[in-house]
Design a binder for this molecule. Structure first.
Ligand code: UDP
Length: 237
């Protein structure tokens, strides 16, 4: 399947039409951004690594009966995915407190949460993806009540699948961000990507960060960390 026309370029990926009406090709780039695009760089091989990582994770999701946009990995950097309309919500789950929540509430990073925390942000770069709640999402019309219920149920299931998967690989799933889309028949599916760009992964033994925080916080060995996540996921095969 060939890429035809680029219809969207985001910070880490490009979207192309292809000969299938009901599908798009997602191209993973090496570009990395942080702090809402203020910090920019290229991370060598990141596109290839995230494509491979996301592929394994989406296949695991399918095994767990989570509906996703994923269809097929075409090559090192391209995935064929179902065409969806992205719901403008960044859905975050936190198992341990870190990042923006640690800062906002002045809680030490790494504090375990007594229950998985479910957060919604409005996906809008200009506003810096502000935190909202379900009432805001309903009031503004981002999603219906039943859509929000589906999203929450799927998200908590996805957290369980991911947490158990990474636990087996010696990795703590600290938190992650996912996005959902709607297919032409109105089905809500997990979309976008799941990778070290969108999750916090800490090594269980050493506590080493194996995710984009290495880039955000200038910790070095960014590519090595992404490689390590892929290496461990490949042991599942
Ligand atoms: N995240 C993301 N994209 C965003 C914001 C957050 O993928 O635009 C991920 C981030 O990698 C982390 C989780 O969502 O795994 C929670 O992020 P947080 O709210 O702590 O924000 P951050 O500290 O990354 O700004």
């Amino acid at each position: 399947m060939e890429k035809l026309q680029m219809i969207y370029e985001g910070k880490a990926k490009q979207l192309y039409t292809c000969e299938r009406e009901d599908a798009l090709i997602i191209h993973y780039k090496d570009d990395a951004t942080a702090f809402n695009g203020v910090k920019k760089a290229q991370i060598e091989h990141k596109g290839m690594l995230n494509n491979a990582i996301s592929t394994i994770i989406f296949k695991e999701m399918a095994k767990a009966n989570i509906p996703t946009h994923y269809l097929e990995t075409l090559n090192d950097r391209d995935q064929l995915c179902r065409k969806v309309t992205i719901i403008p919500l960044e859905v975050i789950v936190r198992n341990l407190i870190a990042g923006s929540m640690a800062k906002r509430l002045n809680i030490p990073e790494g504090t375990p949460s007594l229950k998985p925390i479910y957060e919604l942000c409005y996906k809008d770069d200009e506003l810096g993806d502000p935190l909202i709640n379900e009432d805001h999402a309903l009031a503004i019309g981002f999603a219906s009540e039943s859509d929000l219920m589906t999203i929450k149920t799927l998200t908590l299931q996805i957290n369980e699948v991911l947490k158990n998967l990474f636990d087996k690989l010696g990795i703590i799933l600290v938190d992650f961000k996912i996005e959902f889309g709607k297919t032409s028949d109105g089905t809500i599916v997990l979309a976008d990507e799941i990778s070290p760009d969108t999750c916090r992964f800490w090594d269980k033994e050493t506590g080493m960060k194996l995710d984009k925080d290495r880039f955000r916080r200038d910790l070095g060995q960014v590519e090595d960390a992404y490689q390590e996540i892929l290496r461990r996921l490949e042991t599942l095969k």
